[in-house]
Design a protein around this ligand. Structure first.
Ligand code: NAD
Length: 454
């Protein structure tokens, strides 16, 4: 098989576009399939339909060089490929289970267009057993006379993070391949060989990832377990942060000392308003739903989710303690994306916080370097820069730690605001600088804050 030249990537969202652009960078010929017409037009011209650092120039280079083309035509994609990476969305569904309707629709479209052997690689995060279901769905749609043995499914979960997706894809810690057919797994491994060897321009032998070859169920479970562990780690440190507030301790020092222990590591140990994004909540829910469907009670998974929801409400409670009443208060909400360096607002903590404040009668003015509107919150006012958001505000809440927001000039902040409260939801402001500007600083898990009595 001419594997190095024949990849299709189905779905051009946050994952698929990065996979397509990077695979083309590695020297493969790639066809990206996208059904959303607006996104497709942008992609065809080499433009990314969302913000991801470093993506746009890779995309444009790959499209201009002819190694990457985008289409909505499944026949064309299958004609030009042998390995098909499925990168469609799997949003939250019912009872915690993910909604796999996009995977099913893509599988049906692939089945209809399939006439020669194809290797399907699931990059979408799908629950245990999906490989088998996917093969059956494709098989059901195969044109008359096509031998069902043309289909082979390998699970290859994706671990990239939005905001550093290109680096995460090209320099991963590990590549997980799960499948029962060693030949099929070997073919996917070959597609990744330049990354495994770090032999592409810009590769580093020190970054050679570990290859984990396993069965499909294990690969699918690795993805869910990885996200569940990371989310739980953040919820753990946030619970300790709340204890710190009661006993007068400083969570940043506690977390620093914890992270020095190699068994714990400092990553994902920052207290704050908690995690958001399209993956953690739905993947935790999905894993918990799998456990429940087998009669198991997923105690830790449920607790991690509850602690995370509690973090968002805790911030609103803190503001209520400072500003009585919230009705009529002006709040500047800085940072709306679920994390810095992305424009993704799926399950962003800022949305829960803003809607709760608005419901309580506050006037909320938001600012984010990349997010210019939140359609589900039409009453959220949007500012064109952080200082405009702060004009005559009673309080500032930092939700997303963009560089532009962590380097605010607090004398200017104090000059613009009519109130004094600064709630640092990511513990990234310098409390001394805030206090020197005459403002009241409160972080997460930072001992006893100065709360005015009236
Ligand atoms: P996304 O919503 O950004 O992108 C999915 C894309 O697939 C959309 O552009 C959509 O129009 C397209 N699509 C849907 N049905 C299609 C079809 N039948 N044919 C062609 N295109 C179709 O989603 P995402 O964030 O890229 O996530 C994709 C998958 O990867 C999910 O399962 C997610 O859990 C997983 N994942 C996401 C991340 C992340 O950081 N976003 C990281 C790792 C894994």
């Amino acid at each position: 098989m001419g594997l190095q030249n024949s990849i299709a990537v189905i779905g051009s969202g946050y994952v698929g576009t990065v996979v397509a652009a990077c695979m083309a960078t590695l020297g493969h010929d790639v066809v990206g399939v996208e059904i959303d017409r607006t996104k497709l037009e942008l992609l065809r011209n080499g433009n990314a339909p969302f913000f991801e650092p470093g993506l746009e120039h890779r995309l444009r280079d790959a499209v201009d060089s002819g190694r990457l083309l985008f289409t909505d035509d499944f026949d064309l994609a299958l004609e030009r490929s042998e390995v098909v990476f499925l990168c469609v969305d799997t949003p939250p569904g019912e009872n915690g289970h993910p909604n796999t309707s996009s995977v099913a629709a893509a599988a049906r479209a692939l089945g209809k267009a399939m006439y020669k052997p194809h290797l399907l690689v699931t990059k979408s995060t799908v629950p245990d057993g999906s490989g088998h279901w996917l093969a059956t769905t494709v098989e059901t749609e195969l044109p008359d006379g096509v031998d069902p043995s043309v289909i082979s499914v390998v699970s290859n979960p994706e671990f990239l993070r939005e905001g550093s997706a290109i680096n995460d894809f090209l320099y991963p810690d590990r590549i997980v391949l799960g499948g029962d057919d060693p030949e099929a797994v070997q073919l996917v491994q070959e597609a990744y060989q330049p990354i495994l060897d770090q032999s592409f321009p810009g590769g580093h032998s020190a970054h050679r990832p570990v290859l984990v070859r396993t069965d499909r169920s294990t690969a699918e479970t690795i993805k869910y377990a990885a996200n569940a562990f990371l989310a739980t780690k953040i919820s753990f440190v946030n619970e300790i942060a709340e204890i710190c507030e009661w006993v007068g301790a400083d969570i940043d020092e506690v977390a620093y000392a914890l992270g020095l222990d190699k068994r714990i590591s400092p990553e994902f140990l920052s207290a704050g308003v908690g995690w958001g994004g399209s993956c953690f909540a739905k993947d935790l829910e999905a894993l918990a739903a799998t456990a429940r469907s087998h009669g198991q009670t997923p105690l830790i998974l449920e607790a991690a989710t509850k602690v995370n929801q509690h973090q968002r409400h805790r911030l609103v409670r803190k503001l209520q303690q400072h500003l009585r009443p919230l009705r009529g208060s002006r709040i500047a909400l800085l940072g709306l994306a679920f994390k810095p360096n992305t424009d993704d607002i799926r399950d962003a903590p800022a949305i829960t916080i803003a809607s709760s404040l608005i419901e309580k009668g506050a006037i909320v003015r938001g600012y984010d370097p990349m997010v210019k509107a939140i359609p589900e919150l039409p009453t959220l006012q949007m500012a064109s820069d952080p200082y405009s958001a702060l004009e005559r505000a009673d309080a500032l809440i930092l939700v997303t730690e963009w560089d532009e927001l962590t380097s605010l000039d607090f004398h200017e902040v104090a000059f613009r605001m009519r109130g004094r409260v600064v709630l640092d939801g990511r513990n990234c402001f310098n409390p001394g600088a805030v206090a020197r500007a005459g403002l009241i600083y409160e972080g997460v898990g930072k001992g006893w804050p100065e709360i005015p009595l009236n």
